[in-house]
Design a protein around this ligand. Structure first.
Ligand SMILES: [Mg+2]
Length: 142
């Protein structure tokens, strides 16, 4: 059997709704300049529509990893990302969580991310006209 291809998937604004919560918090607590520094911010993010289902679908045919750059000024962020993965993708997915500031160091076939990184494989820019949502990502990788 051929080796399965490897996919890396970003968290903030690819799997989870970072910007939405950030905007809500700024509105409700304008005195807090960096809402992402608050306890519970990362753990409580809502999933992007279709993201959890897409992850589960991709896992059937690919080696899928979560690759997220932490908010390194907030040490809680590292733990809360792990909490989020268990909550939405299950305990069995937590070994596939990679928290790394330098995504370009990772070797793989696809990187699905809302930020562009110089990546050795195919960079799939989430939210771009080509990949505006998870439906389009799945179509491409089907
Ligand atoms: Mg992101």
């Amino acid at each position: 059997m051929a080796q399965r291809k490897r996919i890396f998937i970003d968290m903030d604004d690819t799997l989870c709704q970072f910007r939405k919560r950030y905007a809500e918090k700024l509105k409700s607590h304008p005195e807090i300049a960096y809402p992402q520094s608050q306890y519970g911010f990362f753990a409580d993010l809502e999933p992007i529509p279709g993201a959890v289902e897409a992850y589960k679908t991709l896992e059937k045919s690919y080696d899928v990893y979560i690759l997220t750059a932490p908010s390194y000024l907030n040490p809680l962020c590292y733990t809360e990302k792990r909490v989020w993965v268990e909550k939405h993708l299950g305990l069995e997915t937590t070994p596939n969580l990679i928290i790394c500031q330098r995504k370009e160091f990772l070797m793989g076939d696809y990187l699905i991310d809302d930020h562009f990184y110089p990546f050795t494989g195919k960079m799939m820019l989430f939210g771009s006209p080509e990949f505006p949502n998870w439906e389009k990502v799945l179509e491409y990788l089907a």
